[in-house]
Design a protein around this ligand. Structure first.
Ligand code: HEC
Length: 103
């Protein structure tokens, strides 16, 4: 959480892109290519694979934003107000870009 806030807090002339936000805050669990990863500890759920087309179809953009804000289960951290609405939208676009069967 603090790591994410530190990342977002650093001053840049350009707002961070979805790719940069993802690389900084999400890739360590969900993989640089979005394919997911190993559970953080034994018995924890595996980080979601964003290349899975069925998963992408099953979630609305709003649902994805809610998960980033509020977390999910024991494995997905809640980022709370770490991201602005624009940053959340950029992250959702980044997640969508991983969909292997995106039309
Ligand atoms: C500490 C590891 C970790 C980090 C960091 C992390 N996630 Fe997750 N994430 C998980 C795990 C584990 C799950 C699966 C949770 C479950 O299904 O119970 C998950 C699930 C998800 C889901 C799917 C929720 C659903 O509807 O099933 C989304 C979307 C998601 N993460 C987005 C993100 C984004 C965006 C970031 C970066 C801002 C991020 N995650 C950072 C571990 C992580």
């Amino acid at each position: 959480m603090l790591v994410a806030l530190g990342l977002i807090g650093c001053k840049k002339s350009e707002p961070a892109s979805g790719g940069e936000l993802y690389a900084g805050a999400c890739a360590r669990c969900h993989g640089a290519d979005g394919s997911g990863g190993a559970p953080s500890f034994t018995g924890a759920p595996a980080p979601r694979n964003f290349r899975d087309h069925d998963f992408q179809r099953a979630r609305s953009d709003e649902q994805l934003k809610m998960t980033i804000r509020n977390g999910k289960g024991s494995g997905m951290p809640a980022f709370g107000v770490a991201f602005s609405d624009a940053e959340l939208a950029a992250l959702v676009a980044q997640l969508r870009s991983f969909d292997a069967e995106r039309k």
